[in-house]
Structure formats: C-alpha cells, structure tokens
Design a protein around this ligand. Structure first.
Ligand code: ADP
Length: 399
C-alpha cells in the first residue's frame, strides 16, 4: 500500500509517501510559512533532485493540494494518480486519556481530539486543520490518527500522578502524559528485534534525544514511565527547554525580573536548555561538540549537565523496572553525538555498562555499542516516526 504520512504544525506541514510493502520512502517534503508571506514547498522524490518552490499558501488546504500535485506531477511525481494513495496517517500530538491506540478517523474521533485541545493548544488545533484539509481533498481515502501520547497510556497511576491535590487530576486531567510515544514504541520494538529477543521479555530504557528530548521505561513491551509530563517541558534538559526545575523558580524569577507568567514560560521553553546553559552559544549539539573540543566553557557546562540529567533518569527508570536489559539512544543527538553517549554511560558503571569506543563512533545503523561482556546492552537505534505511523495506518485500514 502507498501511505501518505502527514505531520501538520500551525504554519508548517511535513509529509512522506511510504510504500508499506517495501517500507521505503517514495518522496518527502515540507510546506513552510503556511498562511504567512513567502510560503514555500520543498519536495524530494526518492533518488531525484530536491526542489524548492516559493508559492502562495493561504491555508493548509492549499498546502495539501500542492503536496498532492507534487506527488502526482507527470515528470517528478511518484504516483500516477491520487487513487494510488490508499490511506493517510496523521501525527496527532495529544490524545489525552481518550486514546491509548491509533484510530481510524471519523467525526466522533475528531470531536474527541478537539476535546484534548486545551492540553496541547499549540499542536492539536494544527493537527486537526491538517486532517480537515486532507479530508476535503481526499474524501474517499481512509485516514488514521497516530498519537504521540498513546504509547504512554499504559503507565500506572503512581507514575502518571503528580503530588498535587487529586481534584486537579479529576477536574482538569492534570497528569503525566508523555510525548514522542511513536518513537519510543518503534525504537524499543526495533531493539528487541535487532537482538533477536522477545519484546515481552525485556526491560528497555529509550533515550530519545533530539531538540526535544525524553526518556521512557518499557517493561515487557509496555511503557511504565516517561520523562515528559502534562506538556513537553518536563524531564530532560533539551535544546531550548529547561526540563525539570523547582516549580518555585517561576515565582522567584517573576519577582526578580519583573516578568509575566507568559514571559517566564517563554524563558523556560525557548531560552533555556543547553542554549541557556551555554550562554546562547547554541541549542545544536553539533556546535556544542565543536565548542567542547575547543574548550568553550559554556559548551562543556551544557553537555555535562545535559548528560548528567539523562543518566539520572536512566537510574530512576532502572529502579522503576527493578533492572534494565537494554538502553537505547535515538533521535538527532542520540544517533549522532558519540560524546554525549559516552558521558551518559560513564555514570552507568553500577549497571555493568562497558562501552565499545569503536562501535560508539559509528553512525546511522541499528547497532550495539556496548562490549560483548557488558552486563547491560547499550544500542543506537535510528528512529523513524513516519514509518511507524505508516505501519499503524496499514494495520488499521487493511481489511
Ligand atoms: P526534533 O525532531 O526534536 O526537532 P531531531 O531528533 O531531528 O529533533 O534532532 C535535532 C538535533 O540533533 C539538532 O538540534 C542537533 O542538536 C542534533 N544533531 C543533529 N545532527 C547531529 C550531529 N551530526 N552531531 C551532533 N548532533 C546532531
């Protein structure tokens, strides 16, 4: 089957067309500045030239129309007609407690997703606009929603509750939800498969370290804890997000700097993390690694503090699962920054972790980076959220 995977933001839209039989990406691209002047579509067919075209996109319907036009273009397209696209998989950020699994989209589902909007006010409305635009242009094509939160819905109450009055959970559903679920699920399954072991028999910790970053504990094939919370701000130190802080810092900072709540949230979401720790050197680990090697103090501080937090979560999740068999690194930093992986693993002597330095320097493969006699296996598994969404879509729409 040919599956179109859509990841729709408020002013951007990423897409991939995936052949689910070969699991190969046939074409991918990005629409940027939707609804803003200077809209642009980037389209890259597999094995062909990437093309960027500036063209007006007043709304998401027009953006999707252009995507479909590019995919069916007689010269550079990869399908003869729209009928060849048999289903569409949509990434949806927040499914709240309503969705513990992916679902085929209908009006009832859309209403339930809409009810989750106040949990993800920046993301869910944009995801819904993308779904709506697709349904307008492909009314007969089945569509599936794949939620970032769904994989984490198996967490037990003691892992998802916060220590605040229970009424806030009852009334407003304030609890830990977790994000990057599609990636945590894909990577943990892939780790078991690569090792030739049963998923149900393993205790796995997945460190998804990208610009946004989260850790999850997957015990016997079910997520039992994860580091992001009600929102993606909690947990690890990220590119620009603070991760865990003492909540009293919010009030302290508001008074000291005469900032409003919104301004403080901007600091915590956009000016913190390794960017803030490195005194604005960069949120990108490529720059931080270069800075580290040239002895830049901010880069050293940011990388050490970032890695320490990851190691601390690994310790917590080892306790949560009463042990760990496999630790996986994934996403932009996890897959490409051997220095970060080695810093993290330096803390894991108590787990008998022994890193193989040569394997740790390899890139872009599903690979074991610990030595054969390491008591805990450490792996790098490149994530592929689009493929995971395509698989889910096929699973649900195939008769
Ligand atoms: P997201 O999906 O959260 O935007 P990604 O998983 O794509 O993030 O990760 C992006 C981050 O990965 C970049 O900001 C950068 O810090 C890091 N990264 C990408 N390539 C490299 C590399 N070659 N070396 C070190 N870090 C890298």
């Amino acid at each position: 089957m040919k599956i179109l995977v859509i990841n729709c933001g408020s002013s951007s839209l990423k897409f991939q067309l995936i052949d689910s039989d070969t699991e190969k990406c046939l074409a991918k691209g990005l629409c940027e500045r939707i609804g803003i002047e200077g809209s642009m579509i980037t389209y890259a067919p597999e094995g062909g030239e990437k093309e960027k075209t500036q063209t007006p996109m007043p709304d998401h319907t027009e953006a999707i129309r252009l995507v479909l036009e590019a995919l069916t273009n007689p010269k550079t397209g990869v399908v003869g007609s729209l009928e060849e696209i048999q289903a569409v998989g949509h990434r949806v950020v927040h499914g709240g407690e309503k969705f513990a699994e992916s679902v085929v989209i209908d009006d009832k589902v859309l209403k339930a997703v809409e009810e989750c909007n106040d949990l993800a006010p920046l993301h869910n409305p944009a995801n819904l606009i993308g779904i709506d635009a697709c349904r307008k242009l492909m009314p007969e094509t089945p569509m599936v929603a794949v939620f970032d939160t769904a994989f984490h819905q198996t967490m037990p109450e003691e892992a998802y509750l916060y220590g605040i009055p229970y009424d806030y959970y009852r009334n407003y559903k304030i609890r830990r939800y977790g994000f990057h679920g599609t990636s945590h699920s894909y990577v943990s399954k892939k780790a078991a498969e690569t090792l030739g072991k049963r998923y149900e028999d393993l205790k796995i910790i997945v460190c998804h370290l990208g610009n946004g970053a989260s850790v999850s504990a997957v015990k016997n094939g079910r997520c039992v804890d994860t580091s992001m919370g009600l929102t993606p701000l909690e947990g690890l130190i990220m590119g620009t997000r603070s991760g865990d802080i003492d909540p009293a810092i919010v009030e302290f900072l508001a008074k000291k700097e005469h900032k409003s709540l919104e301004e403080i949230m901007t600091v915590l979401n956009r000016q913190s993390g390794v960017l803030g720790l490195s005194e604005n050197l960069s949120s990108d680990f490529r720059d931080l690694e270069a800075g580290y090697h040239s002895g830049n103090e901010g880069a050293v501080r940011a990388m050490k503090t970032f890695s320490y937090r990851v190691a601390k979560y690994i310790g917590a999740y080892t306790a949560a699962m009463n042990g760990v068999d496999v630790i996986c690194f994934t996403a932009g930093v996890g897959e490409n920054a051997p220095l970060v992986r080695s810093f993290v693993c330096e803390y894991l002597g108590y787990l008998g972790v022994a890193l193989d330095p040569e394997a740790n320097n390899k890139r872009g493969e599903d690979i074991v980076i610990s030595t054969p006699d390491s008591a805990t296996t450490v792996m790098v598994i490149p994530t592929n959220e689009e493929l995971a969404i395509a698989r889910e879509t096929v699973r649900l729409v195939q008769p």
